[in-house]
Design a binder for this molecule. Structure first.
Ligand code: HGY
Ligand code: MN
Ligand code: MN
Length: 427
């Protein structure tokens, strides 16, 4: 427990400062929203908008004396020094990249709330035994380069950093080239070893995030102590046909990649039937080539995002995907690549209790709940005690410009984070 004579760690959390920073940050990559005075963001990883957002964050962090560094995946760290700098740090943060039609809170809230919590600890005059490091993970969303969580997967040793070098975005740019350009543009920032692969493991990891679901709002609860994250599997599918003249080629002779893609997706829908509506199956991206109204498609590329909290279902149904596609095709060939395979993760009971204790100490209602969305936190689970703090978001909407969280809820999350960080950094 922190020194009881010191002021309360959360005392200096400023709702207005936190909100103003969130809204200033949300002007970078702003896209129109549906409601008057509301908008969304499109801030792909490793883009000029991403770098502009990082510079804004770095400016705020340097102004309060945090030390800035990046690793070779571009993960960005802001360090609050502890009274014993040799101790493993408490790590907290989230991601700054967004979906193409993203909201003003997904990911970035956890980074700016972490800055607010650390700034509050410092303004409250609380020195911490352990260092606290704020992290902004590279490419959590996987929107521009699939899969997501590349920065945290490389940091934790879950995947070798060169795993994704040849993956291309929709403009045909290679991941390795985009990362090299990014690191060159941030060459002025001090470089640090890559995570536990080349450096030290954190003492603990805490991530604050909007719930991206409706539970807290529906139940009128202020804080979520997250129990874990369901499993996710991503696949990239290519259906390979032959381009033909739409007016002359008989249907019986066609190798129509689009018609076969429809057959494959229809068959996958049957595989993924779940009367309990727990299973999640999404085909969110589809590209058709040559994409001309009077040419038969010779190539269709589509994505599969499959999720389930029970690893047995995740493995059984996920492993059946290829056979179902193969059986469904009438005249085309296919290529299937698994891009992401994250098994269900369970957060540390001690961290969950620390979050609940902090919420109780602050007089905030709280409940335990799982996360349907994946997060970088799931890759920290194997290397240190890890947990997440959720705050409510309006209607549970996310990955949409209408995503919204109340200023008071944002501040509550930062207060719980400040309290929990103070406790962990004192251990
Ligand atoms: O897709 C997800 O679950 C996360 O929001 N990127
Ligand atoms: Mn997120
Ligand atoms: Mn997201």
């Amino acid at each position: 427990m922190p020194d009881t004579h010191a002021p309360h760690p959360a005392a200096a959390v400023s709702e207005s400062r936190l909100w103003d920073r969130l809204m200033e940050m949300a002007r970078i990559g702003a896209i129109p929203g549906a409601r008057e005075g509301e908008w969304g963001v499109n801030r792909p990883c490793l883009s000029p908008e991403d770098r502009q957002a990082r510079r804004l964050l770095i400016g705020w962090a340097e102004a309060i004396g945090l030390a800035v560094s990046i690793d070779r995946l571009g993960n960005l760290f802001l360090r609050h020094e502890g009274s014993d700098p040799t101790l493993a740090p408490v790590l907290t943060g989230s991601h700054m990249d967004s979906q193409p039609k993203g909201g003003r809170f997904d990911g970035i809230y956890g980074v700016i709330a972490a800055l607010e919590a650390v700034q509050a600890l410092r303004e409250a005059g609380l020195s911490t035994r352990r260092p606290i490091e704020i992290v902004a993970w590279t490419n959590e969303e996987g929107g521009r380069f699939a899969p997501g969580c590349m920065g945290s997967m490389a940091y934790s040793g879950f995947a070798p950093p060169d795993t994704w070098d040849d993956i291309r975005d929709s403009a045909g740019i290679r991941w390795a080239d985009a990362l090299a350009q990014h690191l060159a543009e941030e060459a002025d920032l001090p470089r640090r070893p890559l995570g536990v692969v080349e450096g030290v493991a954190p003492f603990a990891y805490l991530e604050a995030h909007i719930e991206q679901g409706p539970v807290l709002e529906r139940q009128g609860i202020e804080i979520g102590a997250v129990t874990g994250i369901q499993g996710s599997r991503w696949f990239s599918v290519e259906i390979l046909g032959r381009s033909d003249h739409a007016g002359t080629c008989p249907l019986s002779l066609r190798q129509d990649a689009l018609q076969d893609a429809i057959r494959a997706i229809t068959a996958l829908n049957a595989l993924m039937q779940d009367p309990t509506d727990v299973l999640r199956f999404t085909v969110g991206r589809m590209e058709v080539f040559p994409n001309a109204s009077n040419s038969v498609a010779d190539l269709v590329r589509f994505s599969i995002d499959f999720r389930h909290p029970d690893d047995r279902v995740l493995q059984a149904r996920g492993n059946a995907i290829e056979g179902v596609i193969q059986a469904a095709l009438k005249s085309c060939d296919y290529r299937l690549e698994e891009r992401f395979h994250a098994r269900p993760a369970t957060f540390d009971a001690g961290i969950i209790a620390t979050i609940e204790g902090a919420a109780t100490a602050l007089g905030l209602s709280h409940m335990r709940l799982p996360s349907g969305a994946f997060h970088d936190a799931q890759f920290l689970v194997p290397i240190c005690p890890t947990g997440m703090i959720f705050i409510p978001c309006r209607g549970g909407i996310s990955h949409n410009p209408a995503e919204y969280a109340e200023p008071a809820h944002c501040a509550n999350g930062a207060r719980v984070l400040a309290q929990a960080l103070a406790e962990l950094a004192a251990r």
